[in-house]
Write a protein that binds this ligand. Structure first.
Ligand code: SME
Length: 158
């Protein structure tokens, strides 16, 4: 995966737009289209003490995730990226699409405020390498820096 190209595409998509919902919708679509061997890409956003489904690509997914549950809830509570090579071995994993075998979840944190997570699933075990982690963390940084996150806080009642 050429992450320099992906990052440039994301930056150009967001260059004239600072609305987070619009940018997150396009970012999930772009990652889903450009990266191989994925079955779900999307956002879960902080809402009243739990995570609520945001813009995504893939099959319909669970709507709310408690902080203690799932790879998403664990990444949210620890505020760090989680790469899970085999979701069946992750005790608190929530299976939205039974095709998922591995997963990466990146927390969205800006100026110390936690807004949500970027969640990406693959139907292949051990799909996500260190390069993917670095490249996707950078993709998360780009949307955080190119969107008005203070408005997101109001909308999602963080
Ligand atoms: N597998 C996630 C739930 C969300 S779906 O993958 C879209 C989890 O364990 O948190």
């Amino acid at each position: 995966m050429n992450y320099n190209d992906l990052h440039s595409e994301i930056q150009s998509l967001m260059s004239d737009e600072r609305n987070f919902l619009a940018n997150a919708s396009n970012q999930s679509a772009l990652i889903f289209e450009r990266m191989e061997r994925l079955n779900w890409v999307g956002f879960y956003m902080m809402n009243k003490g739990e995570l609520v489904l945001g813009p995504f690509q893939g099959k319909v997914a669970c709507i709310r995730i408690a902080f203690s549950r799932g790879v998403c809830g664990t990444a949210a509570s620890k505020r760090k990226t989680f790469v899970v090579d085999n979701v069946h071995e992750f005790p608190r994993h929530i299976a939205c699409d039974c095709a998922s075998e591995s997963e990466i979840v990146i927390p969205l944190i800006k100026n110390g405020v936690f807004y949500g997570v970027l969640d990406i699933d693959s139907p292949h075990k051990s799909r996500f390498s260190d390069d993917d982690r670095t490249g996707l963390e950078k993709a998360a940084e780009i949307i955080l820096s190119m969107s008005d996150m203070d408005l997101v806080g109001k909308y999602y009642c963080i």
